[in-house]
Design a protein around this ligand. Structure first.
Ligand code: URA
Length: 257
């Protein structure tokens, strides 16, 4: 099968699961009338002749899904963080990324710019992605558990995580990456749905993310590692090596998995 065909099939699979996710269980079946040769010829749909629609543009499909999720968030006031935020930080990167990084929540720079990981921790993350993993930041997708900055950069509180979590789940369902890397304890605990984790114990070990809110059951490999801000505070050989080893496993999985 050539690459174009594989991409079309993947796109259709994504579109069908999206329809399922939003509750559409049936789609009208359109059959081409036998004997006609090209795509402009008459097609038959429930015995009505209609113009064939243009072939679906598959690459932007995930972009549309992400746009819908962003629109659903709107000018969000679902939790108290809206009082102090400047901007909602939705996420950025490649909507078709094989790798998604999830942090805990925007800091001051992110709040000002409306983009994730653009401050000091963001520079460290970019360095890990580009120098450490040999990838390009634009090719991965980066987002946070909560989309609004918690005041004083405190950890997001359970009600804030609960309000934002469905959007994170939808982002992941739209992108369907091969691998998720959770940065630090709060993001790991959220996506593993487990409050009692110690990041130093579970980092570097493959886990599985399972969607709990989507209609469609999704399972994605998840690698917890230290938050880049922790790395900045503890810039020791040991911590750097641990993050390096964790990301090496991710690169291997992306290559061979
Ligand atoms: N820390 C996070 O967890 N996310 C950001 O976007 C920036 C810093």
């Amino acid at each position: 099968m050539n690459n174009e065909l594989i991409e079309i099939i993947e796109g259709l699979k994504g579109y069908l699961s999206y329809l399922k996710m939003i509750g559409i269980k049936e789609i009208p079946v359109t059959t081409r009338v036998q004997g006609f040769k090209d795509s402009r010829e008459q097609i038959k749909t429930n015995s009505c002749a209609i113009e064939p629609s243009p072939p679906p543009t598959l690459a932007p499909f995930n972009i549309e899904l992400l746009k819908d999720i962003r629109n659903e968030i709107g000018d969000c006031r679902r939790c108290k963080l809206w009082h102090t935020r400047k901007n909602i930080v939705f996420g950025s990167g490649n909507p078709k990324a094989e790798l998604v990084f999830v942090g805990e929540g925007p800091g001051e720079d992110e709040d000002i710019q409306g983009l994730p990981f653009v401050g000091r921790a963001g520079q460290k993350l970019t360095e890990i992605i580009e120098k450490g993993m040999g990838l390009k930041r634009k090719d991965v997708y980066i987002c946070n558990v909560v989309k609004c900055r918690p005041p004083e950069n405190r950890e997001p509180e359970p009600d804030e995580v609960a309000a934002c979590r469905p959007f994170l789940e939808k982002q992941i369902a739209a992108i369907k990456p091969k691998v998720i890397v959770t940065l630090g304890r709060p993001a790991t605990a959220t996506l593993l749905n487990s409050k009692r984790i110690t990041i130093s114990r579970i980092r570097g070990i493959w886990h599985e993310y399972e969607s709990i809110t989507e209609a469609e059951a999704i399972k994605i490999k998840l690698m917890p590692t230290y938050h880049p801000a922790y790395l900045l505070r503890n810039y020791t050989y040991e911590v750097r090596k641990q993050v390096h080893d964790d990301m090496k496993k991710v690169v291997e999985e992306l290559r061979n998995g």
